[in-house]
Design a protein. Sequence first.
Length: 389
Amino acid sequence: MPMIADTPLANASDAQLAAAVEGNERAWFRAIVQALNGYLEENDRLGRYHCAPGSPIFNGVYKADLPPHEADEVIEETIAWFKTRNAPFFFWWIGGDTQPTDLGDRLLAHGLTVFEKDATAMAADIDRLNWSTPRPPELRLDPVSTEAQLQQWKQVFLESFSIPEWAGQAWVDATHMVGFGRSPWQLLLGTLSGEPVSFGLLFCGAGVAGLNGLGTRPAFRRRGIASAMQLERLRLAREMGYRYAVLTASEMGFGYRTSYFKRSEVRKEQEIILEAELALRPAAREAIEADLKECISQRRKTQPTGSGAGSIFKNPPGDYAGRLIEAVGLKGHRVGGAQISPKHANFMVNVGDATAADVSSLIETARMRVIDQFGIWLDLEIEMVGEWE
């Protein structure tokens, strides 16, 4: 099945990368329509598509550029358009160039609900990543090429996000329709000692690799599995000739060790989280206790106990702060009563009467050694409050 040709970006500017975020999404919509023999309508004012799988990822609207006096009529007509095609759900994607600017409010008034808003876009230069990052030795990352793998991918997808069964089945149906190895997207499955633990999705279009779609089963998180899956997707993209990768984060900008609330302007306004709604899945008490014991056991094997702090630094892209600190010979290094843990170099422990100044000195020593030897600046994960001198 012929697919839409794509030319990878080279030496892209910030403006080109920003445009490629939405460009990749739109290329994805066109590609799935072609692959699934769906229906696409696209003109200067609007783009909308419909494919057989029931998930809204395969049914949506994008690129709206509507005169304000026509917007409500177009919304009503579009809702009817999907109803006549028996599509139970669809996404209406809104971007920075959407017109009218109050389209989101108009959609709410017509009965649509917010799935996600104010997503933060990110881009990475694949050539600048560190490819020597270690990963669990028992971890395998493979493209989905069999029915058994596809069913395992679906189960990991559902468990990672705690979403309805039909959402995962839509990916199974879409893969069946196109055939293994023939889809414009790539599904990746991670297994640990033979057990499915992680999933990934890769789509290359608009000159960049799109990395939206990655998850790890809750019981297997914090083991470097997601990082390994991310690097595997980037490796595949690089092999296909791509230099840049893009993805989007949630409204609150939740990402690796960061969020909207950690921005300096937000801190000045002293915005805080007052409450949170958690989506949990019921399970047998024995299963929950077994997961807890496994997590605690894993932490005790790899992280120090007692008084201390850690992780001190965020992991830089494609590497681990602890590995870098150990590589420059600072594992076990001590200043006053503070020590870089001999068990895990990204933890600092109190081995006596450590002061804030002792810890601050260790932080600066680690940073300077790492940047001198590897050219990598380590950003703090901890928050430094009060007097540190």
